[in-house]
Design a protein around this ligand. Structure first.
Ligand SMILES: *[C@@H]1O[C@H](CO)[C@@H](O)[C@H](O)[C@H]1NC(C)=O
Ligand SMILES: *[C@@H]1O[C@H](CO)[C@@H](O)[C@H](O)[C@H]1NC(C)=O
Ligand SMILES: *[C@@H]1O[C@H](CO)[C@@H](O)[C@H](O)[C@H]1NC(C)=O
Ligand SMILES: *[C@@H]1O[C@H](CO)[C@@H](O)[C@H](O)[C@H]1NC(C)=O
Ligand SMILES: *[C@@H]1O[C@H](CO)[C@@H](O)[C@H](O)[C@H]1NC(C)=O
Ligand SMILES: *[C@@H]1O[C@H](CO)[C@@H](O)[C@H](O)[C@H]1NC(C)=O
Ligand SMILES: *[C@@H]1O[C@H](CO)[C@@H](O)[C@H](O)[C@H]1NC(C)=O
Ligand SMILES: *[C@@H]1O[C@H](CO)[C@@H](O)[C@H](O)[C@H]1NC(C)=O
Ligand SMILES: *[C@@H]1O[C@H](CO)[C@@H](O)[C@H](O)[C@H]1NC(C)=O
Length: 661
């Protein structure tokens, strides 16, 4: 349901559709600012002592404000941080204190998303309900370690930059980040020596590998990075994270095609024709090829015919009002337009209308033909379909916004935030290298991951890649492809297929974990793209035990009796896709019910799929994702078999299908 964050982001992007010129911003001086260089004397300046609006419970000590990145010629370029103590005095420890005790950083993605969205809706101590009112999050990551949420790159969230100072590429982003860290540890000196766990999500899957690359290139880095963790990250190429997983997403949620075997065979054939049917083997035998994208060939395909055109289409061409208008026109025309059912489709050739945009085709198919999306969803605005959490068909969704809090002047001054800009959940122009579209010109991390892994081994740095099973945009399949295509510890990919269960603190099945040669992969069931949003307790366990902790579940061990895996391997989990929940959430903002397909439909499908694929799917063992908890309307029972009223509503938000995460 990060749909949200992206949703918010894109809405912001569309509202300010005329991109350049980019605005300038600068940090604010508050009373009591020390003179002279950054030092521990600044701790009391940054400490948050004024009450935060509508926060009535007592908070642990926390510190916030802007710190320069020290980019030559750009004195106003700063990053905004909000740092929380794990125990009283732990952040303000002296340089030689708390040796060996980890600290963490959290980064959201976008590109252009504020990490304060993650703070408020995923893993920070203060969360906001649907009305924008704060409540205490008992699963905050500051329970694991001293944790710092950072808005970056410059210009994002409350981070500041002059108008020509936005980053040009990922290498500049990495240098800025290291410049910031060098200053941060002047204020909190123990952080220079303690192990840093660099964590983030989504497009931070591009940022973090580049930050690591910058770090490994420094002779004297300001911090000691021990591990990094990326959730649902853009580590591979766009084709790998967005398109390759289409069929496994359908296998996870056959509701997307109405449990229709013919539609499955159609998508399976398209996948094969596009070369997306990469075969993962353990051990992996050779590199995967570089995927070639086939554009649509139908000359009437006007909206987008290439990947670049699609990106433009979603990032910039549309305005919210234009979308709303075209949504209404489309609705009225629709009766006259014959829907393209399977009988009219390509057979044995790539569909000329979609080309290899099979992910888009899957979504359109759901909007056109599959309940509940064909009635609750709007195919033009994408309302009612959540690319980040497939079983969430709420329309509108729970708002992930944050402005009620971050625009309150009391919050601004208490957090020592800039007044030269209003906080925004996302900005559309984080990259000046491409001033027109704001696109990231750098190559995806897959291109240097094997080099990165070599550097990691040399420096004793390990990695965790985790994925929410319900995320369709940056789905786990893409992450598995990235791992199998990378050489680490001298071998390409994992040598055994991930198949070890891991468990919540209460013993509930939580997903799959695999650890080999300091690389860890975790599948989180019952969660979409925003793992800590859907499954706050489970995410805290994941971070506590497997990221910051040293739990060996899923670890491949070679001993005298051969190779074994701690926690065992379960053949039911050694599959391409683990089936998601059966009920699709419906309602507005909070869940009012679930859409369930008839039991006979599901039974027929199960019979079909068991023989149709070698990789038999397994029923979920895990509890469903939680999307209604914030409103207290947690009961999602009650099968709703009937039709829903068509919601032709005007878009509250628009979801970009691409990179707006
Ligand atoms: C930095 O911000 C100050 C306002 O605090 C402004 O006067 C100055 O022009 C800015 N510098 C640059 C290089 O943009
Ligand atoms: C690996 O480390 C070397 C320095 O030893 C550095 O030059 C290079 O950029 C690093 N590459 C990556 C991908 O980390
Ligand atoms: C994966 O294996 C299947 C079955 O052998 C084959 O048809 C397909 O071409 C393979 N995929 C790729 C990308 O080589
Ligand atoms: C796999 O790795 C090779 C070698 O680095 C690279 O050329 C290729 O593009 C990668 N394939 C995919 C699908 O990422
Ligand atoms: C494609 O063609 C084959 C062979 O003619 C046929 O069996 C199959 O039903 C067709 N599929 C679709 C989706 O039309
Ligand atoms: C969905 O319907 C629209 C409008 O009728 C059509 O253009 C599009 O091709 C259909 N897509 C699929 C996947 O059926
Ligand atoms: C705090 O609550 C008051 C009334 O209860 C409300 O007017 C105000 O908007 C709230 N502030 C925030 C930041 O939600
Ligand atoms: C994994 O990390 C440990 C501890 O840093 C190290 O001793 C070991 O050599 C690493 N293994 C590989 C394959 O890099
Ligand atoms: C590791 O985690 C598993 C849950 O997946 C738990 O059962 C086990 O007790 C943990 N091991 C240790 C040593 O804490």
């Amino acid at each position: 349901m990060l749909g949200v964050s992206s949703t918010v982001l894109l809405a912001v992007a569309l509202v300010s559709a005329s991109l350049p010129p980019t605005p300038s911003s600068w940090p604010q001086d508050y009373p009591g600012k020390p003179s002279g260089d950054l030092s521990p004397a600044w701790q009391s300046y940054f400490q948050v002592t004024d009450p935060l609006p509508n926060v009535s419970w007592s908070l642990s000590r926390n510190f916030a404000g802007n710190i320069p990145v020290d980019r030559p010629g750009h004195p106003n370029n700063t990053l905004f941080f909000w740092a929380w103590e794990n125990t009283e005095g732990s952040l303000t420890a002296a340089a030689n204190e708390r040796a060996g005790i980890p600290w963490g950083i959290w980064l959201n993605g976008g590109p252009g998303s504020s990490s304060l969205l993650g703070f408020m809706y995923e893993n920070g101590p203060i969360h906001l309900d649907a009305d924008g009112l704060p409540f205490e999050n008992p699963f905050s990551f500051d329970h694991v370690a001293d944790y710092i949420w950072i808005d970056q790159p410059v210009g994002t969230g409350w981070s500041t930059t002059d108008s020509s100072g936005y980053v040009h590429d990922e290498d500049e982003m990495g240098r800025d980040f290291m410049g910031f860290l060098a200053n941060l540890v002047k204020v909190f000196p123990s952080l220079a020596n303690r192990p840093l766990y660099l964590t983030g999500e989504s497009y931070a899957g591009t940022y973090i590998p580049y930050i690591m690359k910058t770090y490994f290139g420094m002779t004297n880095p300001p911090v000691k990075i021990a591990k990094f963790a990326i959730g649902d990250g853009t580590v591979g190429s766009e084709l790998v994270f967005e398109y390759v997983p289409t069929l496994t997403t359908i296998e996870t949620y056959p509701q997307l095609i109405g449990y229709d075997p013919e539609a499955f065979e159609f998508f399976r054939e398209q996948q094969h024709l596009c070369g997306y049917d990469l075969n993962l083997t353990y051990p992996q035998n050779g590199h995967f090829p570089t995927l070639q994208f086939v554009n649509p060939s139908d000359p009437h395909r006007s909206e987008f015919q290439t990947l670049a055109a699609k990106r433009q289409f979603f990032r910039k061409t549309l305005s919210k009002s234009a979308l709303a208008a075209s949504a209404n026109i489309k609705r009225s025309e629709e009766g006259a337009v014959a829907k393209r059912d399977l009988s009219m489709r390509a057979n044995g050739t790539i569909d000329p209308w979609y080309g290899c945009f099979i992910y888009d085709e899957m979504i359109d198919y759901a909007f056109n033909f599959s309940a509940p999306w064909n009635t609750v969803g709007n195919p033009v605005t994408f309302d009612g379909f959540d690319v980040y959490q497939v079983p969430d068909a709420l329309n509108p969704e729970f708002p992930i916004d944050g402005t009620s809090f971050f625009h309150d002047p009391k919050a601004v001054s208490a957090l020592h935030a800039p007044t030269s800009k209003a906080w925004a959940g996302g900005i559309p122009y984080p990259f000046l290298g491409d001033p027109v579209d704001g696109n990231d010109p750098s190559v995806e991390p897959m291109a240097f991951l094997t080099d990165l892994a070599t550097n990691m081994s040399r420096h004793g740095v390990s990695i965790v890649l985790y994925s929410g099973n319900d995320d369709s945009l940056i789905a786990h399949r893409g992450t598995e492809v990235v791992i199998q295509n990378t050489t680490f510890g001298g071998i390409q990919g994992f040598t055994r297929r991930p198949a070890t269960p891991w468990f919540d603190d209460d013993g509930t099945h939580a997903g799959v974990i695999h650890q080999e040669r300091n690389w860890t992969y975790v599948l989180v069931e019952g969660a979409g793209h925003l793992v800590p949003y859907n499954q706050p307790a489970r995410a805290l366990t994941l971070f506590h035990k497997f990221i910051f902790g040293n739990n060996h579940t899923g670890l491949v061990v070679s001993g005298t009796d051969g190779v074994t895996v701690e926690g065992g391997e379960d053949s039911d989990l050694a599959v391409d896709a683990i089936i998601g929940q059966s009920g699709i959430y419906v309602g507005a903002v909070s869940t009012t019910g679930t859409y369930q397909y008839p039991a006979a439909t599901i039974a027929a499908w199960e019979e079909f799929i068991a023989t149709a694929t070698a990789t038999v799917l397994q029923a979920p063992r895990s509890s469903p994702g939680n999307i209604a908890k914030r409103s207290g309307a947690a009961s999602v029972g009650g099968a709703v078999g009937g039709a829903f009223a068509v919601v032709a509503g005007v878009a509250a938000f628009v979801v970009s299908l691409l990179l707006s995460i």
